[in-house]
Structure formats: C-alpha cells, structure tokens
Design a protein around this ligand. Sequence first.
Ligand SMILES: [Zn+2]
Length: 154
Amino acid sequence: MQKQCTRCRITKPLSAFNRRTASKDGRTAACGDCIRERKQVIYWAHPGERERASKRATKAKQRRFAEEPGYRRAFWLWTATKRRTTIPACATITAFVPICREADEKGAGYVLDHIVPLRHPEVCGLHVPWNLRVVKRETNLKKGNRFITCWNRT
Ligand SMILES: [Zn+2]
C-alpha cells in the first residue's frame, strides 16, 4: 500500500511512515524521513530543551505518583501491558486509576486480573478498565491462562 506524505508530497510505501494508533490507517501523515528531519531541526534550534523537557516530565510524573492514589500502579500496569499487547487507542492511563486505587486499598494480597485474558487460543481480551478486576493473588495463580468460554463456569 502506498501513501502520500503531507510534508514532502512524495508517495511512499506505508512502511515508510511511523506507526500511530490514533490514525485511521495506523500511520502518521508525514513520512518517517520528514519527521526525523523536523525533530533534528527542533533539537538543534533549542539547545538543552530536550533535557529540560524530560526533567519536567519526570517531575510531573513523580508529583502525580505522590498526590494521586492509584496512579503509580496504573502507570506501571500500562508500561508492563504495552510490551505484551496493543492497548486500544481509547484507553488512557487515567482511566485505570480507579481500579488501581481499589487494588492498592485492598492491600498486598490482591492483584489485578484481566477478566478476558489478553493472550489465549480462543479469546483475546482488551487492556481496558472494564476488563479488569481485583482478585486475591492465589485466585489469579490458580486461574493461570485458563479461560472457560461459558461465563458461568469460571
Ligand atoms: Zn515526507
């Protein structure tokens, strides 16, 4: 599949465009080369700005960790899940805060569990807040990756 870059106007194969889940075709409007070039221009035009921005982001994150119950867990859950599956574009870290807070409040013996597993031969669950529940750690270990398609039997 081919696509025209909105910046350089060159038609290139889809693989030349960076991935972007929010777009209809799953790719950015400008091609990878254009984005790389633009980033270089910005980087050299503002010395030290990238480092300052990353420090600001770290600070803001840490402040949120300290102030918002459940956010720390939601953040790490997000990072860990991102490696295993594609998170739907509609989900945000903030959306997971309530369920994470619930898990935090219940204490160390409880974990978050995907009601419909993310990886399973028969079904494919989504990493969205409504597919999560707080369960006792032992319950989760016993369940493993088994999933009984009939809801009542679980
Ligand atoms: Zn381009």
